[in-house]
Design a protein around this ligand. Sequence first.
Ligand code: DQA
Length: 146
Amino acid sequence: PTVLILNGPNLNMLGVRQPEIYGRDTLADIEQACADEAEQLELEVDFRQSNHEGELVTWIQEARTAHDGIVVNAGAYSHTSVAILDALQAAELPVIEVHLSNIFRREPFRHHSYVSQAATGVVCGLGVHGYLLALQAMARLLETDR
Ligand code: DQA
């Protein structure tokens, strides 16, 4: 099975962006950690990042036929984007939402995520490890799917 790992706006800035909140790992480090975990889990991963809402929507649309599941950290679009929610619902694939930070410990505007409405599960506050936990959960979901 193949899993799309989608990263939204500003996640390309990881490593330099507010390290006290997001840690020192770069997006390339996260990609490598996901690749290693995926190998263990016998999953294929397609790891992507975009700062553009429409590009994320297009990728989710394509995932409907190209991928078996979606792990998504939509960044700030989690809190604003009905378009990403609609795309995830239309994809009819298992979705796991990830946030590096604990969004519930932060500003109130981060407490609501549109993405959560389309997600089977949500992992937040565990940093890079959250992506690996999401992949583990996805591997389980896809196993019982088959
Ligand atoms: C984030 C949390 C969001 O509130 C924020 O806008 C991000 C990153 C996280 O991974 O903790 O860009 O999704």
